[in-house]
Design a protein around this ligand. Sequence first.
Ligand code: ZN
Ligand code: ZN
Length: 373
Amino acid sequence: MAAVRQEMAAHGIQALLLSHGADLPWLTGYRAMPLERLTMLVLPEDSTAVLVLPEIEAPRVPDPGGLFEVRPWAESEDPLSWVVRALGVAGTTASRRSVGLRLGVSERAWALHLLALQQVMPGASWVPASRATGALRAVKDTAEVAALRAAALAADEVARALQAGEVPMVGHSEARVSAVIARRLIEAGHSEVNFAIVASGPNGASPHHEAGDRSLGSGDLVVCDFGGSLSLAGDVGYCSDTTRTLSLGPPRAEIAEAYAVLEEAQAAAVAAVSPGVTAESVDAAARKVIADGGLGDRFIHRTGHGIGIEEHEDPYVVAGNRTPLVPGHAFSVEPGIYVPGRYGMRLEDIVVVTESGVEVLNRSARDLVVVDS
Ligand code: ZN
Ligand code: ZN
């Protein structure tokens, strides 16, 4: 919180208003339900932080340990009045006293709440809270890296089961395989399943395909991309995210060749990770291999995304992101090759930048594993 306050001062932000999104649990240990009832941590630059939240949610707030006050509001109360009070602009003059205030608000706050706040404080200007929190939250500390490592190992258990043929595929629907992956993610220690993509045959060409009733058949490539949130030692939960592509039966030569390019591209991008290099250079390393393999136009998304309390957060591994990597940056490296109407393939690991290079958190086999079950 002290570091965030320094960033606020540097950006001329007098207070942060943190609602839904990852900044709130990151700073308070409290994960709010995405309710329409207002939850908002008011974090002024130089006075006590106040967590305004529905009274019915108050029992779930962990001990604030003096870091912030808890201000539950009853169903018949106006929670905005508590927000302006915590900002020090309460009363009939709130609209006048808000003139010149620069407030940082969660990008994931409900528009409903932001619009109401703007009406109460028409003189204030608004910026995304991530200006003060983004760069700090992107750099994971030792405990956060340990949590990401534990989540990755749990996801790897599921990947290994898939690769070992323990999950029946041929003749089963994508939706059924997806449900088995979800169950296994929980059995491996996740507290929540965030997604379990199973994209078979031509469906694999859609990177975020929603598992459906297509029946898996011999000769299919199957893209399995899954992750959840795992809570280690009572923390708010850190995410896993891994992709492995399976071949149901021996792959055709064309597929095997394309997969060799994909595997080389992913390895090249991981090898490019090092403190001081830019995020975009990691993307370029993967893209060059795929372009050299003649498949450049089949790689239609960025190479990766940061990961932490959220599945997708800073830093994004994409052309144009010149952020220099520093130890503690955690992100996915997940190039893919997609041929519409025919097949898709993707290979994804989570990596963490270390003092000397990179730690790869996912450990399951990266080659195109053939499954006959
Ligand atoms: Zn993924
Ligand atoms: Zn991912």
